[in-house]
Design a protein around this ligand. Structure first.
Ligand code: SF4
Length: 337
């Protein structure tokens, strides 16, 4: 299928403008993500439209989203391909196979069937996730349109590296997002992910301006992005640019992909990061990928009352209307409109 967001260049080349890699793609070749190709005639094609590489019914807490329709399920899918190349990728089979092996294996399924399946299974939303949904923009957009028509929510779990024009096209299609803020250092993004930090920061601000419900996730990797100084800057950015009420999920790293040699994140470092988030003024800091611990619940920032407890992906204390007994409103989307 012909792709969106690209332009012709001289000599049969094209420039893909879907994400902030802005790849120049010679005739017959693929972009960095491995799933957008110049067809040899100077036209850009998506290799992942009309099918998925992974499809599951997940608790919404698994995205992770803790302040968006807790206790509901979300029909989640992704395709092969990714516009980053993170050395620590936790989902490498789906994300990197297309780039490394030149394959994009798909289970054919239409947007309408995905939405029908979501309704049949009782899901409250559809999630564009697992790999990087930007690279399957066309499928995401078509499915989001069908989902909104059917009264279902739409969730994007992303590295936040869309081009400005692609992000604008998602404005009315996405209701909630969990965005990775992998580090607060340009050199980390460049050397460890082959991406850039600045577009991610800009896009996070844009998503908030759109009115999306946004939660942020940082995978804490020992020795790479875990200095107190960097974490403090990152938390300060969330507070000052996105808001104190934006939840920050700090996730435990486990050895994966090109970083099999690295150690899992010690619990003490996760807790240090969480305390830094609180000290900088964040109201909702959560730890993920770890056994039960003190940073799973949602507490009222005004009176300290525990409002929601969590055990794994189970939320306790529902239904919750988003208001503490003291009158404080807890930011989030707590029920379907
Ligand atoms: S989506 Fe991004 S990585 Fe893929 S071809 Fe387009 S600009 Fe390159």
């Amino acid at each position: 299928m012909t792709a969106q967001f690209w332009r012709k260049l001289p000599n049969g080349h094209v420039q893909c403008r879907l994400c902030s890699q802005f790849c120049t793609i010679p005739s017959g070749e693929r972009g960095f993500c491995g799933v957008r190709a110049n067809n040899g005639k100077g036209v850009l094609y998506s290799l992942v439209e009309g099918g998925v590489g992974a499809l599951n019914l997940d608790p919404v807490e698994k995205k992770p989203l803790y302040h968006y329709l807790p206790g509901t399920t979300t029909l989640s899918f992704g395709t092969p391909g990714c516009n980053f190349a993170c050395l620590f990728c936790q989902n490498a089979t789906l994300s990197h196979e297309a780039r490394e092996k030149g394959e994009a294996r798909l289970q054919r399924i239409s947007p309408q069937t995905l939405v029908a399946e979501a309704r049949r299974s009782g899901a409250s939303s559809l999630s564009f996730t697992y790999s990087e949904p930007t690279v399957f923009f066309e499928l995401m957009a078509q499915t989001a349109d069908a989902a909104r028509q059917a009264g279902l929510g739409t969730i994007m779990v992303s590295n936040g590296f869309q081009s400005p024009e692609a992000l604008s096209a998602l404005r009315d299609r996405i209701q909630a997002a969990n965005i990775d803020l992998k580090s607060f250092r340009e050199d980390f993004y460049r050397e460890t992910c082959q991406g850039r930090l600045a577009p991610v920061l800009d896009n996070l601000k844009t998503m908030r301006a759109f009115g999306w419900w946004v939660e942020v996730t940082t995978l804490l990797i020992p020795g790479l992005n875990d200095s107190s100084e960097e974490l403090r800057e990152l938390a300060r950015f969330i507070v000052q640019e996105l808001g104190q009420g934006v939840p920050w999920h700090i996730s435990r790293f486990r050895p994966a992909f090109r970083m099999q040699y690295a150690s899992p994140t010690p619990l003490a470092d996760l807790e240090r990061a969480a305390r830094i988030g609180q000290e900088e003024g964040l109201h909702f800091v959560y730890l993920g990928n770890v056994a039960p611990q003190a940073w799973e619940g949602t507490f009222c920032p005004n009176c300290g009352q525990k409002l929601l407890a969590r055990a794994g992906f189970i939320t306790q204390g529902l239904p919750f209307d988003g208001r503490c007994a003291c009158g404080e409103r807890i930011p989030g989307i707590w029920s379907r409109a």
